[in-house]
Each structure stands twice: as structure tokens, then as C-alpha cells.
Design a protein around this ligand. Structure first.
Ligand SMILES: NC(=O)c1ccc[n+]([C@@H]2O[C@H](COP(=O)([O-])OP(=O)(O)OC[C@H]3O[C@@H](n4cnc5c(N)ncnc54)[C@H](OP(=O)(O)O)[C@@H]3O)[C@@H](O)[C@H]2O)c1
Length: 234
């Protein structure tokens, strides 16, 4: 899509790298003023400087929910809110790390919700929200208990917030394995590719396009969209 988004304001939490950063780049290139966050001023400011186009960096830690409102206090209003942040937790039952599990559960379930809560009075009447889950929700693997659980929780958050914030729209993207994302690039992803009817992994550009679809299409609400090249079919 090449439509102008001049005059809009977006907030992308987890926008310093990976999928969030690609979303920031695309929205900023179309004229949106974008606030992006990382955990530190250093990472957020570096990404904002690299992307340019008026992008503003914020330091925000979603695993410390009591601090989120203050971290977002400089944001004036929000048309597009995208929350993509993650700290991965490979946590097997055999070596269960309670602190790591609590951190990710807090980040995704309480942190995502608190960010929406903190910004709710600044959401414009036509605002929409896109949250990130992931298909570990359905394709579990040893060590995925926390990740699978929080991604399942995103479904509940979407349903609840779309009801509570109505008519503001709330949707989620649940990616499969995104082959050119920093976390997966260079790994042996052949077992997933072999199980994907597309015969390849979905790309970051395709995720960005899906986010734009959810932001722009005013009929889409309460949807948990799997973007996986058909991986769930096999
Ligand atoms: N990549 C995939 O294939 C894939 C697959 C399924 C689901 N997903 C989901 O898609 C989303 C984006 O994934 P990604 O791979 O693009 O992520 P990523 O490259 O690992 O980037 C993570 C982002 O989250 C930020 N972050 C980390 N800890 C944070 C915290 N405690 N509070 C606030 N921000 C924090 C990071 O900022 P700093 O490091 O600068 O602090 C960074 O901007 C995630 O929700 C992930 O679960 C991705």
C-alpha cells in the first residue's frame, strides 16, 4: 500500500528491532508520526535516529507495568497502537525458571494491557490497536509453555479489549516463523518450511502488510489473524 498517513500518530511498543521496527519504518515513510519504544533510551533513540522521518524514541519496560504510564506520558494522542514487544523465554518443565516465566507473563499479559489502559484517554475516535501473539499458541514445542500460554492470552485480551473499548477496534497478528526476522534468520527452519504449504516462510514485509490491513480496514475487529503461510494446515 502506498497511501498517505500524514497527520496520524502511531505508537509502536517494541519498535527498535525485528517486526516492530519494520512496522515503524513503513508507517513513518507514509507520513505517520511514530513513537517507538525499546527498554532503554539508548536503543529507542538509536532506532529513531536510524529511521528518521520525525520518529521519536521512548524508553519503556512492559515487564514493569507500574512504570508504563509515566513512560508514555509524552505521547499526545494515538491513531494506531501496535504492541510487538517480547522477551523470549525458553523454559522447559525439567528446568522451570519461575522468574523468567513471571517476567514474560507480566510483559505480555499485564504489560500489554496496562499500555492500552495508560493510553486509553488519548486514543482518537477512529483509533485501532494491533497486538502481537504468535503461533506457539497452537504449535507448542518443549520449552514453549510460557510463550504458548501468553500467546493464548493475547486471544483473550483481544476479545476483552474489543468489547471494553468499543467502537475502537482491537485485533492481533499471530505470526508463524518469520524467516527473515532477526531471531529466526540463519537458523535451520527446514522442519517448519517442510510443513508449510507455501513452501517457504512468511516474511517481515508480509507481516507489515497484515498489520496495515488490520489498522486500515474499518470492518475488522476482534480478529486473531494467523499469518503463517498455511503452517497450521499440515
Ligand atoms: N519473529 C518471529 O518469527 C515471530 C514469531 C511469532 C511471534 N512473534 C511475535 O512478534 C512480536 C515481535 O517479534 P520480533 O521477533 O520482531 O521481536 P524482537 O526482534 O526480539 O524485538 C523485540 C522488541 O521488544 C522490545 N522489548 C524487549 N523486552 C521488552 C520489555 N521488557 N519491555 C518493552 N519492550 C521490550 C525490544 O526492545 P529493546 O531490545 O531495544 O529493549 C525490541 O524492540 C513478538 O511479540 C513475538 O512474540 C514473532
Amino acid at each position: 500500500m502506498s497511501e498517505s498517513r500524514a497527520g496520524r500518530t502511531a505508537v509502536v511498543l517494541g519498535g527498535t528491532q525485528g517486526l516492530g521496527k519494520e512496522i515503524v519504518k513503513t508507517l513513518a515513510a507514509k507520513g505517520t508520526t511514530v513513537y517507538l519504544s525499546g527498554r532503554t533510551h539508548e536503543s529507542a533513540d538509536a532506532a529513531a535516529k536510524e529511521i528518521g522521518q520525525g520518529t521519536i524514541g521512548l524508553a519503556l519496560d512492559l515487564s514493569m507495568p507500574e512504570t508504563i504510564a509515566e513512560s508514555l506520558s509524552s505521547v499526545p494522542s494515538v491513531d494506531d497502537l501496535i504492541i510487538a514487544a517480547i522477551e523470549r523465554d525458553a523454559n522447559t518443565l525439567a528446568n522451570y525458571d519461575v522468574a523468567a516465566a513471571i517476567r514474560l507473563v507480566t510483559l505480555k499479559l499485564v504489560g500489554y494491557t496496562e499500555a492500552v489502559h495508560a493510553l486509553r484517554s488519548r486514543l482518537t475516535p477512529q483509533a485501532s490497536i494491533v497486538l502481537f501473539g504468535g503461533l506457539a499458541l497452537l504449535r507448542a514445542y518443549p520449552g514453549s509453555t510460557t510463550v504458548s500460554t501468553v500467546n493464548g492470552g493475547i486471544v483473550g485480551i483481544v476479545n476483552s479489549l474489543a468489547t471494553e473499548l468499543a467502537p475502537i477496534r482491537v485485533n492481533a497478528i499471530h505470526p508463524g516463523i518469520i524467516g527473515d526476522s532477526p531471531f529466526w534468520e540463519g537458523k535451520d527452519n527446514s522442519p517448519v518450511i517442510n510443513r508449510t504449504p507455501l513452501g517457504r516462510l512468511v516474511t517481515m514485509a508480509e507481516i507489515v502488510d497484515s498489520v496495515e490491513f488490520l489498522l486500515n480496514n474499518t470492518g475488522i475487529n476482534g480478529v486473531n489473524l494467523a499469518v503463517d503461510g498455511g503452517w497450521l494446515l499440515k
